[in-house]
Design a protein around this ligand. Structure first.
Ligand code: IMP
Length: 433
């Protein structure tokens, strides 16, 4: 029996079970009440975690949402990719709201830096790919992780070794400028201006750079509670997602082990955040997508526009194959169901329980994702509840059809629901006891 979501546990991970934008920001913020540290293990400013409280709305891209609670320390793990300007802008916004930020941040020297040339390269690649483009957030994520894998990336720790930094910047600018000049006919980047920018970034973040793996392990040993926050969603994982329409990191639980330096056996609880329907931004297969008025209605009611890019999100019905696959991959024992209120007005709510692929019905998400564009979803139709869920804070106050819908999600995914969100604010939450 998994621990209740409202109960504190030493080490808990929260991750997205669909294509991102499941509402992890709110869930991490709620669970943050009982934790001392929030850590992120992958991705960069491609994420957009929205949190609303006290009438204020915060969208965080790089810094873990835990920063909004003044007692929490936040970790940016070695698995992350950090764009200096985006980071400093985010710090400035938070400081303007009166929050003390830098003294509570711990940045791994192993985290990679995203430089402007990564963003420029990504723009060139996406433009030249035409219809085949991924539809990225344009934050330079892919090229930065590509440099990491090619072992030419520049890491936070390199900022503190002048000779190493100069050599790495020189080697990178030479190679990147060859691409810009010969392949993409673009302006070249200046080695000196990159160095200047990196040096001033170093002076600003110096005190935050820390042995984050040691810090986390020591904190756990001394009785602190840690929450690990994933960005994006399981179906955007570079290995298990809908490749190539994925992000460039492991969004799934394994990424936590390599992106922070924790053995996954240390975890006490894995929480999967699942939207009551499905959305996706960017290109790639999406079996339950609704390209009609109902899709448009979900987008409007759910305010489904990208928190990072403002792009309209593609909307569709809940896909049990996707959610069950995520529960299995991540070892999820508790689900946080978000945006139930968006379904308030519907007469009937279809739930995808199988895929028909080339005439054959399957109930397992296919390992061969190249089959996905040919999938025809098989739906089970559940009755809607036709009333507002706003103001409901207890499970047994939920209308019967809403409980039935949630129970069906539990049956189909094999995981227990620990909380249900019925609105963006902290108060609009049902803790399932
Ligand atoms: P990248 O991560 O910017 O390289 O984008 C790769 C794919 O992941 C694109 O389809 C993006 O729209 C998607 N993506 C990246 N970050 C997020 C996110 O935080 N939420 C939803 N989709 C995302």
């Amino acid at each position: 029996m998994p621990a209740l979501l409202s109960a504190p546990v030493p080490l808990r991970a929260v991750l997205g079970t669909q294509w991102g934008d499941e509402g992890k920001g709110k869930v991490v913020d709620l669970l943050g009440e009982n934790v001392d540290i929030v850590a992120r293990y992958q991705g960069g400013a491609n994420a957009g975690h929205t949190v609303e409280f006290d009438g204020d709305k915060f969208i965080l891209h790089l810094i873990p949402t835990g920063i909004l609670r003044p007692h929490i320390h936040c970790v940016l793990g070695n698995g992350m990719v950090i764009h200096p300007d985006s980071f400093l802008k985010e710090v400035a916004v938070l400081e303007k709201k009166g929050l003390e930020v830098l003294s509570r941040l711990h940045i791994s020297p192993g985290a990679h830096l995203i430089l402007d040339y990564h963003q420029q390269l990504e723009k060139c690649c996406e433009e030249s790919a035409g219809d085949e483009r991924i539809g990225t957030t344009g934050r330079g994520i892919g090229p930065a992780y590509a440099d990491k894998a090619s072992r030419v990336g520049i890491r936070v720790g390199d900022l503190f070794h002048e000779r190493i930094l100069k050599t790495r910047v020189r080697e990178n600018t030479v190679i990147k400028n060859r691409w810009f000049k010969s392949v993409y006919q673009q302006n070249e980047v200046s080695e000196q201006s990159i160095l200047n920018a990196l040096q001033s970034f170093r002076d600003r973040i110096g005190p935050c750079v820390d042995d984050t793996t040691w810090f986390l392990h020591q904190s756990l040993q001394s009785g602190k509670n840690i929450l690990i926050e994933s960005a994006q969603g399981t179906l955007l994982d570079i290995d298990f997602g809908t490749y190539p329409f994925v992000t460039s990191s492991n969004t799934t639980l394994g990424g936590m082990a390599t992106g922070l330096g924790f053995g996954i056996r240390k975890l006490n609880q894995v929480v999967g955040v699942v939207k009551a329907y499905t959305t996706r931004v960017g290109n790639g297969p999406f079996p339950t997508e609704l390209i009609d008025d109902t899709g448009e209605r979900l987008r409007k009611t759910g305010e489904e526009y990208g928190a990072t890019t403002g792009r309209p999100r593609r909307c569709g019905w809940f896909d049990a194959l996707v959610a069950r696959y995520s529960v299995m991959l991540n070892g999820i024992d508790s689900l946080a169901v978000t945006k139930m209120d968006v379904l308030d007005d519907l007469d009937e709510i279809p739930v995808c329980i199988a895929y028909r692929i080339h005439g054959r019905e399957v109930t397992r998400f296919p390992a061969d994702v190249n089959l996905l564009p040919d999938v025809e979803p098989v739906y089970e139709i559940l009755p809607g509840w036709k009333r507002s869920l706003l103001g409901i804070t207890k499970w047994n106050q939920l209308p019967h059809p809403a409980r039935r819908y949630l129970k069906r999600i539990e049956e189909l995914t094999g995981a227990t629901i620990g909380l249900v969100s019925v609105g963006p604010s902290r108060k609009a939450t049902i803790w399932v006891e």
